[in-house]
Design a protein around this ligand. Structure first.
Ligand SMILES: NC(=O)C1=CN([C@@H]2O[C@H](COP(=O)(O)OP(=O)(O)OC[C@H]3O[C@@H](n4cnc5c(N)ncnc54)[C@H](OP(=O)(O)O)[C@@H]3O)[C@@H](O)[C@H]2O)C=CC1
Ligand SMILES: CC(C)(CO)C(=O)C(=O)O
Length: 307
């Protein structure tokens, strides 16, 4: 199986790098500066257990000449439009496209462009970032990739993909309920993102502030109501676990959006929070905390754009 990993950042670099180290045929689609760095210095992955290094196969958009068997999309959601054109020659009749972006609207965007049958569900759980040398830094031991056919079937192509992912040094899991799992991931990350970004602190700092626990629970309830309006069937065990994680006074957990915001980077405000607000408006659901978060993130974005 030949895999094209789109974006060699925190997530694409981590999972793609591990796969390449495990002997899989992996090529990274990158842009000029990243291509030059990877070609001259190789790819470096700093994990809590030590450093991994490899010389990855890289390709730039204009160099793609034939289709890949699978395309793992790991760019920020706001960069998705910029890769659609470049991907066209990489997508053949049997190519599987697996995005691991946060949010969910990208499934629709990819299906509109490449056909519904080409796109499978995917998500990743990891806390990662790039350091100032372009090295991929895994900030905790968490590293999980989950994927599945949107209709839950155990097709031959998804079984082959599962085999490709197994044994590469991270947790790889084929899910018979990937769409529901993507909704649950959205519940976790949108709540985590809203709590930490709006309050500019980690989970423990918010939970320890007067009213912080009630605020966090309020955010989670709003996100839940929106997801239920989309068809998510609430799993009590998962909801309780999420509330527990996001109200822990000792927790230093943050979201990738919070880390991006604190470093002054562009953020996925629309895809993580804005899409939820739009769905809530259409369903006439009151989501005042999510709306406040979205205003806050948009103000940050405007200030950043004008700086
Ligand atoms: N980081 C984390 O801990 C987690 C992130 N996620 C989600 O995963 C997704 C990816 O995030 P993450 O890996 O952190 O993002 P990063 O910013 O670390 O990496 C994205 C990479 O995409 C590249 N890129 C952007 N546009 C293009 C293009 N047109 N062609 C080729 N490469 C391109 C960028 O390269 P360039 O140098 O050229 O700009 C960059 O290196 C997001 O949706 C995020 O929310 C999910 C779970 C955890
Ligand atoms: C929810 C979490 C932490 C899991 O990887 C995440 O996706 C993020 O920070 O963007």
């Amino acid at each position: 199986m030949r895999m094209l990993v789109v974006g060699a950042g925190a997530t694409g670099g981590y999972f793609g790098g591990r796969l390449a180290l495990a002997g899989r045929d992996v090529t990274f689609l990158v842009r000029g500066k990243r291509a030059a760095t990877l070609r001259s210095e190789g790819m470096h992955i700093i994990t809590p257990s030590g450093e991994l290094a490899l010389q990855p196969q890289v390709v730039e958009a204009k160099e793609i000449t034939k289709p890949y068997d699978v395309i793992l999309i790991a760019v920020k959601a706001f960069a998705l439009d910029s890769v659609l054109e470049a991907l066209t020659p990489a997508v053949g009749d049997n190519t599987l496209i697996m995005p691991i972006l946060n949010g969910i609207k990208h499934l629709e965007i990819l299906a509109d462009r490449f056909g519904k049958n080409a796109v499978i569900g995917g998500l990743c759980k990891i806390a990662g970032t790039l350091d100032d040398k372009g090295r991929i830094v895994q900030l905790s031991h968490l590293h999980e990739l989950t994927y599945g056919e949107p209709d839950g079937s155990a097709s031959e192509r998804i079984t082959r993909l599962d085999q490709f992912f197994q044994g590469a040094g991270f947790i790889a899991r084929l899910s018979p309920n990937i769409i529901s799992e993507m909704w649950e991931k959205w519940l976790l990350l949108a709540s985590l993102g809203a709590i930490t970004c709006l309050m500019r602190g980690n989970i423990g700092q918010v939970a320890s502030a007067p009213g912080g626990d009630a605020f966090a629970r309020g955010v989670i309830n709003e996100v839940l109501a929106v997801l239920v309006s989309l068809g998510y069937v609430r799993r009590e065990e998962y909801v309780e676990q999420t509330i527990g994680l996001l109200t822990q006074k000792e927790s230093v957990q943050t979201s990738s959006m919070y880390r991006d915001l604190m470093q002054g980077y562009e953020i996925e405000a629309d895809q993580v929070i804005g899409d939820l607000v739009a769905i809530a408006d259409r369903a006439e659901l009151p989501v005042p905390l999510l709306k406040a978060t979205y205003v806050n993130l948009c103000v940050y974005r405007t200030a950043r754009d004008n700086a």
